[in-house]
Ligand binder design. Structure first.
Ligand code: NAP
Ligand code: G4F
Length: 339
């Protein structure tokens, strides 16, 4: 039986990965941060099946302790300050976790359990501003946020530890992936959770930023499978994981409201654009400049051909199905969500 240590186990991806590894018979250990009120986030349903170890990516002794306890065959580093918006308001904090945190962990593995296989959660935010076509493993990086820049350090230090110390260390360059477990500050979940509040008459309007931005969105459950597949290879390598389609925030919003029975049409431009429900004549989407970013990534679309050929990875959940699942979950659980 293999041992796996997951950092960021309480997050969206950590919870799906823990379920996947448990289903494969792994002993799963999870690094979690102490909170004033104990809450295991997305893995409240799994706490009896995994071993939780207190620690923080910025505190190397706690990482060494976690490695000593878990004796992992595989380490998945999913912990991060993962919200791009916050990386502009808390750039130093973001860099300490998303850049130096990776180095703390790699160095702890090198000294404690150097034969453990290591997965680093890299991101399509590395491609950032220069690319408007399909991005693959050979596309140059041009990050556009403190988050993207910190993640670029995490990406290269992973490759550097592989090349310097012969460790099995690799990075998955994952495009946006969402789910019913997504944090509510990210745009997809903000749309579906606010939609549920509007439908229940508690909120009048959804306020968004740049709705022309386009993203390549998939479902997180499909994407965590790729993380595991990367660590089952004989050789550590980077892989792009993406759906190969791109959609605007406007399209996501329109489809989400359509599933909930609205007929949403957009009028106007830029900050004055509004979304009107043709059935009721009410304005239900407005633009608020507060949600614009100082520097934007206008479009992302990924080419996962290498992963499809070499890992035999595929994704099952389409864009339409992703939107439908998130809307129906948030509508069904609205009363619990607001408590
Ligand atoms: P998420 O839901 O925000 O989860 C982040 C996790 O990191 C949480 O468990 C959080 O713990 C933990 N964490 C934050 N700071 C930490 C610290 N200093 N020490 C230890 N743990 C810490 O993110 P996600 O969507 O699951 O993403 C997982 C990883 O993939 C992240 O590294 C993200 O940057 C990367 N990524 C995500 C996407 C995507 O579209 N989802 C795409 C590409 C890459 P708390 O519960 O205590 O806050
Ligand atoms: O949902 P988002 O906040 O995700 P973003 O910035 O693409 O980052 C996510 O995906 C990355 C992979 O590419 C991950 F590495 C990262 O950890 C995270 O999971 O924003 C998506 C787009 C942006 O262009 C943003 O400007 O939506 C636009 N947007 C428009 N209005 C908004 C809003 N984003 C948010 N969060 N809130 C808005 O009101």
């Amino acid at each position: 039986m293999k041992n796996a240590l997951i950092t960021g186990i309480t997050g969206q991806d950590g919870s799906f990965l823990a379920e996947l590894l448990l289903s494969k018979g792994y002993n799963v250990y999870g690094l979690y941060r102490r909170k004033s009120k104990q809450d295991y986030g997305n893995i409240n349903h799994l706490v009896n099946k995994v071993t939780m170890i207190e620690g923080d990516l910025t505190d190397q002794p706690s990482l060494i302790n976690a490695l000593k306890i878990s004796q992992p065959d595989e380490v998945y580093n999913l912990a991060a300050q993962s919200f791009v918006g916050t990386s502009f308001t808390q750039p130093v904090y973001t860099t300490e976790i998303d850049a130096l945190g990776v180095l703390h962990l790699l160095e702890a593995i090198r000294n404690t359990k150097p034969d453990a296989k290591f997965y680093q959660a890299s991101t399509s935010e590395l491609f950032g501003g220069l690319n408007d076509g399909l991005c693959n493993e050979n596309t140059p990086f041009y990050p556009r946020s403190p988050y993207g820049i910190a993640k670029q350090f995490g990406h290269w230090i992973t490759i550097n530890y592989r090349e310097s110390y012969n460790m099995f260390a690799c990075a998955g360059i994952l495009f946006n992936h969402e789910s019913e477990r997504r944090g509510k500050e990210f745009v997809t979940r903000k749309i579906t959770s606010t939609l549920a509040a509007i439908k229940n008459g508690d909120v009048d309007c959804l306020e968004l930023g740049n709705i022309s931005a386009k993203r390549d969105w998939g479902h997180a459950e499909d994407y965590v499978k790729a993380m595991w597949m990367m660590l089952q290879q004989d050789k550590a390598e980077e892989f792009v994981i993406a759906s190969g389609e791109t959609h605007s925030v406007r399209e996501f919003t329109q489809k989400a409201f359509e599933y909930a029975g609205y007929d949403l049409h957009f009028e106007g431009e830029g900050i004055n654009e509004i979304g009107i429900d043709a059935k009721s004549g009410k304005v239900i989407v407005r633009i608020n400049s507060e949600f614009y970013r100082p520097a934007e990534v206008d479009i992302l679309i990924g080419d996962a051909s290498k992963a499809k050929e070499r890992l035999l990875w595929s994704h099952d959940v389409s864009f339409d199905e992703l939107v439908r699942r998130m809307v129906s979950h948030d509508l069904a659980s609205y009363k619990q969500l607001i408590t």
